[in-house]
Design a protein around this ligand. Sequence first.
Ligand code: TNX
Length: 533
Amino acid sequence: MATPSLPRRLGGALTGLGVVAALLSATTAPAAAATAVAFSSVVPVPVTATATPGVSHGITASTTIYAAPGSAPAAAIANQLAARLRVSTGLPLPVVTTVAGPADGIALLLTGAPPSVGAEGYQLDVTASAITIRANQPAGLFRGVQTLRQLLPVTADAATLQSGPWPVPGGQIIDHPRFAHRGAMLDVARHFFTVAQVQRYLDQLALYKINVLHLHLSDDQGWRIAVNSWPNLATYGGGTQVGGGPGGYYTQADYTAIVNYAADRYITVIPEIDMPGHTNAALASYAQLNCDGVAPARYTGTQVGFSSLCVPLELTYTFIDQVIGEIAALTPGPYVHIGGDEASSTTAADYSSFINRVQQIVAAHGKTVVGWHDVANATLPPSTVAQFWGTTTSNAPLAAAVANGTKVVMSPANKTYLDMKYRNNTRLGQKWAGLIDVNTAYEWNPGAYLTGAGETAVLGVEAPLWSETLVTTADIEYMAFPRLPAIAELGWSPWSTHNLTAFKQRLGAQGPRWNVMGINYYHSTQVTWPSGS
Ligand code: TNX
């Protein structure tokens, strides 16, 4: 039995010595790695987690998965869980949509959850006879299933058949997110990543309860989504990348495949078309978009700030209207990201009038604007969301916008930028915002970081992964892990649970799972990784 001998409560009540004692009892439990994984290793840490000593429930050949009757989404989540576990366990795991009753089941129910867990929260109960996840909405069931995955032996996440047993430790978790927006951004413009590569990243994000994938779809070096009304954007503007090479782009069907794959994981895609700067690929694709009517060459370097759409040109807004129109139509989520960063080749007056006009275009297509915080230099309606990427803790134009009702997504570059090096000798990444190892990524409070943007002004957090130096899936994973789970925890877990020492223990316990999943992670020396991982 791998469950520790003392009931433990993770959350505000578990502090100081309590954390250490709980972790010791978890890590010294006999054969912990070979059997159930203790409650104390879940990332992000749940709001409350109470182990029941001496109790566990095994998933076996007689386990049935029950999905809330009459709910197609609940059935879909049950089928996803079954499909995942059949691969590694070889068990039949039939899914039924009758009311759970018989012993030996995993029940996913849309009744009986505390109202306080909201739309994304859940209650997970593991008794000797059953595993029950209750939620108010399907999204909560999905998040609860991710917790259940982390409570299973790490080999449950393998892509090949493993030998069991498959115990889950007894107890109760009641859990819900701190922030509504828990995002990851992937730059597919500097280097292009295929649908399969993005889907793999989505799988990894889902495990840590990330609910937003922000796709940086255009930049100086490449335009990565087909736009029917402006076909050269993708076919010519998408034809290269940093360092040269073939680049690539998503057809509209490809983009829809990503959006649907994300939706199946309760992740919302936010498409970004960066403007007025970061637009060389578009300007190279259509001479008529340039103020001088001359198309620049395509660009494969890594400088920023040299390109600008032609603000006085009326065609610019026809272009934006048609591009945003097509992308908005393909995007079920409420947001379109207009970039707006580093527009140093656009005058301040032009920048303001441009952002004001683009906000109206996005609104006309029924979407809410997100922009990098630079957009606060223009006039923002309260509905526009600003994404803070600075390296300081105050920004006057942004604070003024927040005072007017604008909400902020926190991506401080010196904390959340997954493209920053871990150490000076990290092979990949950049250093302009500093070195970011686990401690730095974790040790800040998104709700009390930026002057004038307190907890209620913060929509959430996001970890951007810029790809100037990243080429492969292994590169993505090396930069995202283990820092992405740190940002995920800041987004999900209540601040009262924040504890660097405890976090690093839980993070270390993820290492064996990442090994099993084939995730190429950075073995930060700040974390003790279990031997063999
Ligand atoms: C700044 S952050 C950028 C990107 C770069 C990144 C590299 C931001 C809004 N703009 O264009 O890729 O730094 O770290």
